[in-house]
Design a protein around this ligand. Structure first.
Ligand code: NAG
Ligand code: NAG
Ligand code: NAG
Ligand code: NAG
Ligand code: NAG
Ligand code: NAG
Ligand code: NAG
Ligand code: NAG
Ligand code: NAG
Ligand code: NAG
Ligand code: NAG
Length: 843
């Protein structure tokens, strides 16, 4: 077995391109090849007569030119959203469950205006305008046309095996389309066309050795799409988990859906921020992560025994690398059986966890959805007896090859199977676990299968609970697993601790249960910038907690590449080094001192900004705003920023650019905001740029471009510690970048117990607004929450300001440090709790 695995990986390590013999392109896929070049034609007509309008739902009869009978329903949803459903009058289409975050709130129409061949449905400042022949629906906000469902490319087909449908969408205001995650491609979608690039394929699969700049399907599948232009943004979310192929241009998309229902949410913005919030109002937001998951994670497929766990952590400590978590891949199990420990190599898991806990570290282990077919393995026996495995069409249990050899797959569509699976995470059911096993890694859940005939994933026709074919729900299988894992982890601690789950497969709404990473990437330069593009795409589509394997999963990074990977990864929400079993060990202490020093600095910079990350995750939970953002999110009118995707904004205040090439001495960095906006180097060393577009920014091996926006207050903790838990009693250093006009700055900081749901359940937290000028800092409380125990302790305030307004070059500004920890000063630090605003004089 091990020999075979080893071969698999080492041979893969030399290919670096997805195998065309395994993965199908458009012309090899019936759905895409047959429907791609569908002619524009009038196939359906809306019948206005007899339409009903009641309680926010408009329902029209639709006639096909072939005589078929359908209906078109348009529902007004709270928050500038319409829902459009088109379906056969007699239909056996599958309707998704479990995805939406509650039933959307329907609101009444304000007015309906009918003519013989049109209907206007008016709600506040928005309007849906239906025309009859060919069927089309136009959506307006304030009389600006935002989005059109183009009926001349609408088809619905009902055959026994599948129910394919197609439709076209036009975004008249858009200069770019974004979304349809997950692809290893630029953030702004490309123009695809017959004879050119394949359409974007949206289907969860284990795309082994994925290549860059491709429209091939990958681990995640989020059927949402936004159109953005200088004047407005709108979007759509197709509530459907079947395979899609989507032809795109800069303002049009043509959807080919394999099955399921035409159930489309139209998000009318009209800003990118509002579109993101509208999408989140349907699919939810993430709860706060436990704070330790925002630290550095050390992982390798190859930590094979508990001594390894002990020594890797000890060495990271000895060499002064902060770390919060160590990860175990499949080797922790007894012969690939999940929910067991390998009795030889992990003989005393309680002791291992106790040791980890004594250093304030956590463990995360792998847990996949496939189960070894072996009588006597308790999970297999029970799931078989209770009919919890996915079936073949003939009713036998579906079996295929995966890590354990012959395996069966848990049927997470079955609520009882989900509950059973959740219960496996209870301490009493998984012996040798404690809360120090703080998180779970759901891998291979696309689902991945070793055999190749079905593109290394499930065949379309296997059967889930209720007789539902995989074709209907394929893209949400991994999502359902994380839902069950999440419940298991909540339950095992009686709802007292926030779970952490990392998933590879993901779908719309996955943010409610899990973080994800960009899967099995490669130790090559292009994988650094693509990690920003892919994580930004996910952030626009609700999933903030994203990262990429630092170093590259396949292959061997050069020292320079590894350093650049760490520097880039430190500014993604999820920060983990990972490598495969066939590669050289690459823990950071194995490198020469100069390399270690660069990596150490990258990790320490991450820890210093922990309060920024934690506050942003809170604000995501509160407002649905992404944690990291593409430039156009904050500068929506700056058309030159629409294609910038190897840079990101952490919140609104920190601008980061990757260094994604070998041996460079400078990188082109885009500064947004216009000439009146200044960006100050995060090193606070005098480098400053105006927001006038691209500038060549010098870099050295220990420095990538990181800038703070003028007018912002960055909350940091500057004392280096081995883990986030060890930072608990440290005070904050506030860095106020005073703007050059008003000499003022503002920001927020959020503090709670870092681990529990008390912030939700009993409003135990402190959310603070900060404003500063050259002489004062004002601290005030945003909510009337229970802030006891969560006071803000300020050790130090650093103000940075330009001396001469507008004259931008280095050396012309002043940095002042006001320390409240110096001996002899009456306050050792300043503590704020209570409810009153407080003004501190800087002197
Ligand atoms: C699709 O894949 C087949 C088989 O690999 C190949 O022969 C064909 O050229 C591909 N088509 C396109 C358009 O890439
Ligand atoms: C469409 O609207 C009609 C009339 O309100 C209703 O009977 C039908 O259930 C609706 N269909 C869907 C899928 O909502
Ligand atoms: C944006 O709106 C302005 C003002 O209405 C208009 O002049 C301009 O043409 C619009 N730009 C685009 C790209 O539609
Ligand atoms: C157990 O650990 C040893 C090294 O300590 C390793 O060689 C072996 O492969 C491990 N066994 C398994 C099943 O991982
Ligand atoms: C736990 O730590 C003790 C003391 O360092 C060590 O002797 C022991 O081997 C460790 N046990 C495990 C399972 O790591
Ligand atoms: C059922 O289908 C599976 C998969 O096609 C096949 O391997 C198996 O032999 C079939 N069993 C029966 C009893 O028909
Ligand atoms: C749990 O594991 C420990 C050793 O790790 C063992 O002593 C104990 O008997 C096990 N308990 C159960 C219920 O299997
Ligand atoms: C959860 O609650 C049950 C029943 O009150 C109790 O027995 C168990 O110890 C609790 N578990 C945890 C982890 O708090
Ligand atoms: C300065 O303050 C004015 C008035 O509050 C505000 O409109 C302006 O945006 C501020 N300028 C900067 C650069 O923050
Ligand atoms: C939560 O973590 C932050 C950052 O380490 C720390 O400032 C705060 O004191 C912690 N709160 C508690 C209650 O541990
Ligand atoms: C600085 O802020 C304080 C507190 O808000 C205010 O009283 C003071 O007038 C401000 N100073 C300047 C120069 O704006």
């Amino acid at each position: 077995m091990w020999f075979q695995l080893f071969l698999l990986v080492s041979s893969a390590a030399f290919i670096y391109a997805a195998d065309p013999n395994i993965y199908r392109n458009c012309s090899e896929t019936e759905l895409c090849s047959q429907l791609r070049e569908l002619q524009r034609q009038n196939r359906y007509e809306v019948i206005i007569e007899g339409a009903t309008f009641s309680k926010g739902v408009a329902s029209f009869r639709v006639e096909g030119v072939d005589g078929s009978n359908l209906f078109l329903n348009i529902t007004a949803i709270e928050g500038n959203i319409f829902r459009v459903q088109i379906e056969e009058a007699v239909s056996s289409r599958y309707h998704l469950e479990n995805v939406l975050d509650g039933e959307p709130t329907i609101i009444d129409f304000d007015d309906v205006q009918l003519t013989l061949d049109s209907a206007s449905i008016i709600v506040g400042n928005r309007r849906a305008y239906v025309t009859t022949s060919p069927l089309s629906v136009e959506f307006y906000t304030d009389e600006m046309l935002q989005l059109v469902i183009e009926g001349d490319r609408l088809t619905l087909d009902n055959n026994e095996l599948s129910h394919p449908f197609t439709f076209g969408v036009n975004f008249p205001q858009a200069a770019r389309l974004y979304g349809l995650h997950e692809h290893a491609d630029n953030l702004a979608l490309r123009t695809t066309a017959p004879g050119g690039d394949d359409p974007y394929r949206v289907r969860t699969m284990d795309l082994t050795n994925y290549e860059l700049h491709s429209t091939m399907a990958m681990y995640g599948a989020i059927p949402a799409l936004y159109g953005h232009g200088v004047n407005s943004t709108s979007g759509l979310f197709l509530h459907n988990a079947a395979e899609l192929w989507v032809e795109t241009s800069n303002n049009e998309a043509y959807f080919m859906a394999d099955s399921g229902a035409f159930d489309l949410f139209v998000l009318l913005g009209p800003s990118i921020k509002e579109v993101v919030r509208q999408y989140a109002s349907l699919t939810g937001v993430a709860h706060l992560p436990p704070i330790w998951t925002l630290g550095y994670h050390q992982c390798r497929w190859g930590y094979a025994d508990q001594e390894d766990v002990q020594t890797v952590i000890a060495d990271l400590d000895n060499y002064d690398f902060p770390v919060d978590v160590i990860w175990l891949d499949i080797q922790h199990t007894n012969n690939m059986k999940f929910f067991t420990w390998n009795p030889g190599n992990f003989s005393t898991p309680f002791e291992m966890l106790k040791n980890l806990s004594s250093t304030h570290r956590y463990l995360i282990t792998l847990s996949d959805p496939h189960f070894k077919v072996e009588e006597g393995y308790f999970v297999y026996d029970e799931a078989l007896a209770r009919d919890f495995f996915i079936k073949n069409p003939n009713g036998t249990v579906f079996e295929d090859q995966c890590w354990p050899g012959t395996s069966a797959w848990m049927d997470y569509l079955n609520p009882e199977a989900r509950d059973y699976y959740s219960s496996l995470y209870l301490y009493e059911n998984w012996n040798g676990t404690t809360s120090t096993l703080g998180g779970i890694w759901n891998d291979m859940n696309e689902a991945a299968i070793f055999n190749e005939p079905n593109e290394k994933t499930f065949p379309y026709d296997i059967i889930h609970y209720g007789g539902v074919s995989n074709r209907e729900i394929h893209n949400m299988y991994g999502y359902l697993q994380t839902m069950a894992t999440h419940k298991g982890l909540v339950d095992r601690d009686n709802g007292t601790l926030r779970p952490f789950i990392l998933t590879r497969a993901h779908f719309a709404g996955s943010q409610r249960y899990a973080a994800f990473w960009t899967g099995d990437n490669t130790a090559e330069w292009g994988f650094i910038p693509i990690s920003y593009s892919m994580c930004l795409s996910a952030n626009l589509l609700g999933i903030s907690f994203c990262g990429a394997d630092v170093g590259g999963f396949f292959g061997e990074p050069t020292e320079e590449l590894l350093q650049r990977f760490y520097q880039a990864g430190a500014w993604l929400p999820f920060f983990r080094e990972h490598s495969n079993i066939g590669s050289e060990r690459r823990e950071p202490y194995l490198y020469p001192d100069n390399v270690q020093q660069v990596i150490r600095e990258a990790i320490k910079t991450r820890y210093a900004h922990l309060p920024v990350w934690y506050t942003l995750f809170y604000e995501h939970n509160r407002n649905a705003d992404p944690v990291i953002r593409p430039l156009f999110y904050h500068y929506p009118e700056d058309a030159d920023a629409f294609d910038v995707d190897d840079q990101l904004l952490v919140g609104s205040d920190i601008l980061v650019k990757v260094v994604g090439e070998a041996g460079v001495e400078s990188v082109q960095t885009y500064f947004p905001g216009g000439e009146d906006l200044l960006w100050f180097s995060a090193q606070l060393d005098g480098v400053v740029y105006q927001g006038t577009g691209f500038n060549e920014v010098p870099v050295t091996i220990d420095r990538i471009p990181v800038f703070y926006r003028e007018g912002s207050i960055i909350s940091t903790k500057q004392t280096p510690r081995p883990s986030t838990t060890d930072m608990k009693d440290d005070g904050y250093t506030l860095i106020a970048i005073l703007d050059d006009v008003n000499l003022s700055a503002s920001g927020t900081v959020y503090i709670d117990d870092n681990l529990s749901f008390d912030y939700q359940d009993s409003l135990k937290y402190n959310y603070i607004s900060l404003t500063a000028n050259a002489t004062n800092v004002v601290v005030s409380y945003i909510d009337n929450s229970d802030s006891e125990g969560f006071e803000l302790v300020i050790d130090e305030v650093i103000t940075v300001s330009l001396v001469k307004s507008k004259s931008v070059s280095s050396g012309e500004y002043v940095k002042k440090v006001y320390s409240y920890t110096a001996d002899g000063v009456q306050l050792s630090s300043i503590r704020f709790s209570g409810k009153e605003s407080v003004t501190i004089k800087l002197e």
